[in-house]
Unconditional design. Structure first.
Length: 347
């Protein structure tokens, strides 16, 4: 079903059943379980025998179709990269069981392409199964490029009957204002830290509070981070941040070049934000275990240099997937950080 912290949101969402809009935009921080929440809502709308709590029964023919992503009145629209990641996981399972993997040469897109939006035309013009509702789940909505966003906007301006668009966004601010204005907005918050920590501990995660803090309170992101193979690399990176040193930066860059660059830049962004926050308020959000080091370092950097460093990190994040040399990318990132503490930076 849904995650424990989503019970109140689930009850609030049921208000839309009274008079179903043509589009609902679910938004909030990544890692809170919004896609899972939206899928359950879509499943419940298509279920033939929903429960008293408005959940899908899980046993009818419609639920069986939905679980196989083969319901005739349901479509899921997302970037190809997400389908590729699912296929890769499936292929790894097949390989373990002796099934041969199928190779592909085309790089999957990280955007929702206009062809995917145009491809919905036939689906929306065909009569619904048993004269019911058709549901389109689209996520993350910020992955729409300019052309696909405009194509979707035209559909939202003249929505077909008996159709519901469920849009899920991790970055509400990146969506076109015209798209936001044509959807019923529904914000999904994060669970309180006690509930999130308890859930993570139930998943067998030790140091749950540490992981939760470093991922901004998002429990699903915290769980994924803890299960990844990048922890040692991140710890080495944080050590470099606490004791910035030019010579060691080159050594660290050599050792970390196999860690995903986006992950490393995100770690730096969180660290810089904590430096900025502790300088202004004396508080820390992501790395409370390093609060003493952060406070000492923040005193050495002028505020305007910290602001520029945060902007630079944002630009670096945007190109992290396109770097030709991981080692050089990390070297530049760490050397720029070291320069924040040079005598020139303090003037």
């Amino acid at each position: 079903m849904i995650y424990p912290w989503q019970q109140d949101d689930w009850q609030s969402l049921q208000q839309f059943r009274i008079r179903l809009p043509h589009a609902i935009l679910l938004h909030g921080q990544e890692g809170s379980g919004k896609v899972h929440f939206a899928e359950n809502f879509a499943r419940s709308l298509l279920c033939e025998r929903p429960t008293m709590e408005a959940f899908a029964c899980g046993e009818c023919e419609a639920c069986g179709w939905f679980n196989q992503y083969s319901h005739p009145d349901y479509r899921r629209v997302r970037p190809e990269i997400l389908d590729a990641e699912d296929a890769e996981s499936s292929a790894e399972s097949d390989e373990e069981s002796g099934t041969k993997k199928t190779a592909t040469t085309r790089n999957p897109s990280k955007e929702i392409r206009i062809e995917q939006i145009r491809g919905l035309a036939t689906f929306m013009n065909v009569s619904t199964h048993r004269a019911g509702l058709r549901v389109i789940l689209l996520y993350p909505a910020e992955a729409l490029n300019g052309a696909s966003a405009n194509a979707l906007l035209k559909t939202l301006e003249e929505p077909p009957p008996n159709s519901l668009f469920l849009l899920v966004s991790h970055r509400y601010d990146r969506l076109l204002p015209t798209i936001r204005s044509r959807c019923q907005s529904f914000a999904l918050g994060l669970p309180d830290s006690k509930a999130a920590t308890h859930w993570l501990e139930q998943q067998g995660l030790s140091d749950a509070d540490k992981w939760l803090a470093e991922q901004g309170g998002a429990p699903l992101t915290a769980l994924l981070a803890a299960q990844s193979d990048d922890e040692q690399g991140h710890e080495e990176l944080l050590t470099q941040f606490t004791r910035p040193d030019r010579a060691k930066a080159l050594v660290v860059a050599e050792r970390l070049q196999k860690v995903p660059l986006t992950s490393l830049v995100s770690c730096q962004q969180r660290w810089l934000y904590d430096l900025f926050l502790i300088k202004l308020t004396g508080k820390v959000r992501y790395y409370p275990r390093h609060a003493t080091s952060l406070l000492s370092l923040a005193k050495q950097i002028p505020l305007y240099r910290l602001q520029q460093a945060l902007r630079d990190a944002g630009e670096r994040r945007a190109i992290s997937d396109h770097s030709l040399s991981a080692r050089l990318f990390i070297e530049n990132m760490l050397l720029d950080y070291v320069r924040l503490f040079s005598p020139e930076a303090a003037t």
